[in-house]
Each structure stands twice: as C-alpha cells, then as structure tokens.
Design a protein around this ligand. Structure first.
Ligand code: GCW
Length: 678
C-alpha cells in the first residue's frame, strides 16, 4: 500500500536511532497506569500504541521495574508523594510531566488534575518520544491559554464541504447514527493530541434540518465517539429554524413564542447530548437570516439563544463576519460599525467570533479592528485553515506563519503590548470565557487534508490555540519530526520551505497590501479584472481600484477612514504612506504607479519585484524538496514534488496575469533584468 499520510502526526514508527532508543528503554522499563474512566482508557490505549510502535515491544506494559513511567491524577498515592498538592491547583485541563530520581529509581511522571489533562499529558509525552527529545530531566507544567479550541466544519448535510478541498465531508449523515467509522475516532485522537476540544459539525450557512430530532440523534452518536477525547460537539444554528422546522410565523428574537421554541429545542438537544457545547451562528451575512430581519440587533439575537443555553452551560459563538452591499461604505468597516456599539450588551455566555481580518481570509490582512475594541465582550478568533484564497489544497502554504503574524499584532487597546493574542486569551480585559476557531481543512481524502503539508495547518492551529506564544518555527519543527523525519538537516530544509511559503504566496498573489483579486466565486487563480459580479463588493476592482494614475484602497482620513477604527497609535502611523508597513501599503493607501515607495524604487517596480520573487521562492521550495529525495518515503515525496510543480506553474500564472493586467493601467515597462510575462 501507498504511504497515504493517513496517520497524520501520530505515526509511532519504530525509533531507528539506537542510542535514543536504548536510553528510552532504560528510563521507561515499565508502565504504571491504572486506567478506569473512558478517557483514561483511551489515554492508555494511545500510550500503548505509541510505545509499542516506537520501542518495537510491548513487554513493558506487563513488567515491573524501578524505572517506571507513572501516570495518574492527584488521587494516585505514589504521585501524591512525588508531586506537591499545590501543583494541581489551577491546573485545569493541563498536566505535569516530571522526572524524579530517588534511590537509583527513575520515575517519569505524567500527572494531571483531571482525565483530559492526563490524556493531553500522554499525547505530549508521546510527542517528545516521537521527536526523539531528551526526556531524562523533564520538568514540565503545561496548561492551555485559551479555553475553547474549536474546529469549524463548513460541512453540508449532503456531504459537500463549502470551501473544502480534501474530498467530501467525513460525516456520513446517511449512515449515522448506526455507523460510526474508525475515522471518527482517529479524528478525535488527532484533535486531542493537539489540544482541540470542540468541533462544530455543520456549515455556518446552515440547514435547519440539523436541529431536528433525526439529526440530533446522529450528532449524539458522533458526540459519543468524541467524548472520551475531551471533544465537545457544537452545531451551527440557522436563525430562522423556528419557522422552518418549528412551524412558527416568525423568528423574531423578542417574540415570546420564538424564545420558548429555542428553550424547548435546547432542552431537547441536551437530552440527546448532555455535554453539548452550544451554537455557532452566522446571521445577517451573505443572505443568512438574522435578528435584523425583524429590526433587532446582533445582541438581541445572540442573547435569545444564550438564554436558552445558559441553564446547561452552553455557549453562543456569534459571528461578526457581516457585510452588505446595500451599505454604501467600505466593506472593511462594516463589522466594526455593527458590533462595536453592542459591547457590554451580550450575555456572559456569548462570544463574538471575529475573522482575523476585516475582509476575508486573504493571504495577508491587517488584524481586524474589532480586536481590542470590545473590552466587555469576549472575542473569539476565527482563522481559516482551509485555503480558500491561498491555492486550495494544491499550493503548499504554511499557515502557522500567517496565524502568528496576526496573533502578534499590537492593538494598543490597553497600551503597548496589547497584542491580538492577549485579547483572545482574555489577559487584556480579564475574560474567563475565551475561544479560538479554525475553519477546518479536513475531508474524506486518505490523508485528511489533500496536500500533505496542509496537515501542518491543522496541526499548527491546534498548537497555537493551546499556546499562542509558541513560534511558527518551533511548531513547524515538531510537525516535521512527527510527520516526516527526525534528521536534523532535513528538518531544517523542510522548515525553511514552510516558513518561506507564506511570504511566497503573498508575493505571487497579493503583494504590498493588494487583496481580494482572486477569480470570482471559487477564488482559485487570479482575477483582478473581475468587475461584474452582481454586487460591487464581490468584484476585484472594488478592492484594488487601479486606473492610469495608481492603485490601492484609500482607507485613511481622506478616504474611507477605516483607519479610524484602529487605536490612534496605529491610525496615526498608517495615515501616512511613509510610516505604513509596505506589506499593508495598498490596503490603506492609493499610490501612484511611479511614486517612490522606497529609495529609488517606484511602486510599479516594487510590484514587479514581488511577483517575480514569489515565483522564485516556489522554485527554491522545489529545489529544497528535491534534495530530500530518499529521505522521505517515495509516495509522499512524489506527491509533494508534483504539487510543487503545479504550484510553480500557477505562481507564474498569477504573476503574469496580475502584471499584465496592472500594466494595462501603469503603461510602464518591466524594470531592467525582468523577462516579460508569457
Ligand atoms: O469567505 C466567505 C466564503 C463563504 C463563507 C463566508 C463565511 C461559509 O467565501 O463560502 O461561507 O466567507 O465565512 O461565512
């Protein structure tokens, strides 16, 4: 059989480095883990699978030794003696991994305050072994910085996936609830291994059917599989469900009958799924129904659902991705304009879920101005793991770098250092309820994500959701070691490829702050020329505004003034071209083609350089990958080689299409040394 990548980062192949293996075998000569609860049992099973695979033997599960791996919570007598009670306080879902040497005995301890903590600790320890780390002196205390770490599936009940590029949905609604394939368990394992603890099963463009009894029973079957892995299920709720499946005439959130309908519905949901997580809602956006249909606002809508969920500890994740072509203003301003004034009006079990940028999951966007602007409301980050605007599952783009860039941006909301990351961890405004969502890139393809490297995007989302302070580099390193190889040289080559892949895609698609110039609807390939899309905010010309004089969207005070939505520190800085980071130049400014944006460099020349640089970076990725021939299994080596070749072709397509299009306005030649676009 082919190496299809289906094992993701949980491969557990036998360790080939004998020195490492010997050391591990000596330190962990026996395992002591009394597994009782369902979660403990899956942790035990995982540990066994991992160690048997990595060590190539399972004897240690039945033997006793002085050198033991000891796993348990604070009720375990031996652990109680070795780890002070104070450590378990405030540990939450976290864990402790500690090596204690006493009287020539080495105890490697994985301890936690609860079951899911034990599971996370077990996965963490297995990760250390898989990546061949020195585990002889461990002293680790880890706990997640964000409470709700959730995948959003845009999966439809008919098996299609909106913006999904890895095959059809993994949820087989037809065969549920009776049939729950191993794939569901593997999905839960993979997510738990990176700390993801929630999954919204259905598309935000949702179908009310998913709230009917028939589908709730199916959802309950999935929840049953996920439960031991600490993963809660959530559903996207269609705001007009009371009309569609409840027979009511209205869905007005202030109507008592509607409110009662939701209360009854939620009660029913919890009968089937006692630990149901809550609802995700897309309302009054892109044609979806919502409270505004009845003259109410987002808080009215969210609070009605929150009231129904509150008795069961359920939450509402209310999306801020709203825009409307009837609003005659810059699309980038609309979410802020609709939500900012509602700060303080949401119930305490509501999170407002905000996309990372104000337009839509572009290769690069400045952070969304709502971050830092709603201190009384917990804001959830919504990242898109699936590559809607970044070459689907054909292009290799490591999103860890993109996520990190956003998380590190400074909102200045409470002074310097008020990063987006600290807003969503609740540190800045003291929120206990916190969350982060990633739109999944998972489908029924054997390797889950289409491109083998797209697995890294799922992985890095999970790792950053647990700890947004990790660097994109260290996450990439871990993933490579778990997925491909522990060879240092190879790890570095692949890591460099991954890190540069993000800037590459920006360069060959949308350099210097350009955005939303993809082809219409499907968003694959270039389409800066799109101008008839039925509504202006779905055209490309709306976003780049190129003409014979220049290009770019003026969002300063002389333009749409979207800048005013940011903290004055940023607004002031970006008001002038000279102090705007070049990467955001055309996002905020209109610039003349022949204007100098750097010493001796006109905008046009800089644009040409970036587009060419993007293609060159893909060539460099290809070269790096070729050097790994023999190091990576043949199947995945070939798959990535072929995909990189397609990416190279398409990077040229992007470059040439965009440059020829923009050249029809700039009327300027390519700078010396650049071959003409084909
Ligand atoms: O980017 C747009 C996508 C839609 C998506 C929407 C959203 C689920 O093109 O497919 O709908 O965003 O986030 O709601």
């Amino acid at each position: 059989f082919a190496e299809d990548g289906s094992r993701l980062w949980l491969r557990y192949d036998q360790i080939q480095n004998q020195q490492v293996l010997m050391a591990y075998k000596k330190q962990i000569a026996a395992v002591s883990f009394v597994a009782n609860s369902p979660t403990q049992k899956v942790a035990y099973a995982e540990l066994k699978k991992g160690i048997v695979g990595l060590f190539g033997q399972d004897a240690i599960f039945s033997s006793t030794s002085n050198n033991t791996l000891l796993i348990g919570d604070s009720s375990n007598k031996e652990i109680k003696q070795l780890i002070k009670a104070g450590y378990f306080k405030d540990l939450g879902e976290g864990f402790i991994i500690k090596v204690v040497i006493q009287n020539q005995m080495t105890k490697t301890i994985i301890a936690a305050a609860n079951d899911v903590g034990l599971l996370y600790g077990t996965f963490h320890f297995l990760k250390l072994l898989q990546s061949q780390q020195d585990v002889s002196k461990l002293n680790i205390v880890e706990k997640p910085k964000i409470k709700n770490r959730i995948l959003n599936h845009w999966d439809n009940l008919d098996g299609t996936v909106e913006r999904g590029y890895a095959g059809t949905s993994i949820w087989d609604w037809h065969k549920l609830p009776g049939y729950t394939p191993t794939k569901y368990t593997d999905y839960a394992r993979a997510n738990a291994s990176i700390g993801i603890n929630g999954s919204v099963l259905n598309n935000v463009n949702s179908n009310s059917l998913s709230l009917t009894k028939e589908y709730l029973i199916k959802t309950a079957a999935i929840a049953h599989v996920f439960r031991p892995y600490g993963i809660k299920v959530y559903l996207s709720a269609r705001f007009s469900a009371p009309i569609e499946i409840g027979g009511l005439k209205t869905a007005d959130p202030l109507n008592p009958e509607v409110q009662q309908w939701w209360k009854d519905k939620v009660k029913e949901v919890y009968q089937y799924i006692p630990d149901f997580g809550g609802f995700l809602v897309k309302a009054n956006s892109e044609g979806q129904p919502g409270p505004q249909n009845y003259g109410r606002n987002h808080a009215d809508g969210a609070n009605m659902l929150a009231t129904a969920l509150k008795p069961y500890n359920g939450i509402v994740m209310w999306r801020a991705f709203v825009y409307d072509d009837k609003v005659p203003d810059d699309r980038a301003k609309q979410a802020y304009n609709e939500f900012k004034s509602l700060d303080g009006q949401f119930m305490d079990n509501v999170l407002v879920q905000v996309k990372n940028g104000a337009i839509d999951f572009q290769p690069r966007e400045p952070f969304h101005p709502l971050f830092g602007a709603m201190p009384k409301t917990p804001l959830m980050m919504e990242f898109q793991i699936t590559q809607e605007y970044l070459g689907f599952s054909t292009h290799l783009v490591y999103l860890g770098a993109l996520f990190k860039e956003v998380l590190e941006e400074d909102t200045y909301s409470k002074g310097k250092g008020s990063t987006v990351s600290k807003v969503i961890t609740g540190e800045i405004d003291n929120h206990q309820l916190t969350g982060i969502a990633g739109v999944a890139n998972i489908g029924s393809e054997a390797n889950w994500t289409g491109h083998p490297f797209a697995q890294a995007n799922w992985y890095s989302f999970g790792r950053l959701a647990w700890n947004p302070d990790l660097s994109a580099e260290e996450i990439a390193s871990d993933w490579i070691k778990l997925t491909f190889t522990n060879d240092n040289v190879a790890v570095n080559e692949i890591k460099n490829m991954m890190i540069s892949s993000r800037e590459a895609v920006v360069d060959y698609m949308t350099p210097l702050g350009l955005h939303h110039i993809m082809a219409r609807n499907h968003h694959y390939g270039p389409g800066p020329w799109v101008k008839d899309a039925g509504r202006p905010d779905w055209t490309s010309v709306y976003y780049h505004k190129a003409d014979n004089i220049g290009v770019g969207f003026n969002r300063t005070s002389t333009g749409s003034n979207a800048l005013a939505q940011y903290h004055p520190e940023i607004a002031k800085l970006y008001e002038k071209k000279e102090t705007t980071p070049l990467k955001y130049l055309l996002w905020f400014h209109r610039v003349q083609w022949n204007e100098e944006i750097a010493p001796n460099k006109t905008l046009w020349n800089a644009m040409v350089e970036h587009y060419y640089e993007g293609v060159k970076s893909v060539e460099e990725m290809q070269n790096k990958w070729q050097k790994l021939d023999g190091e990576i299994d043949e199947d995945r080596f070939k798959e990535v080689s072929q995909l990189l070749a397609v990416q190279h072709q398409e990077a040229k397509w992007w470059r040439d299409a965009c440059l020829l299009y923009f050249q029809s306005f700039s009327k300027l030649p390519l700078p010396a040394g650049y071959e003409k676009p084909a």
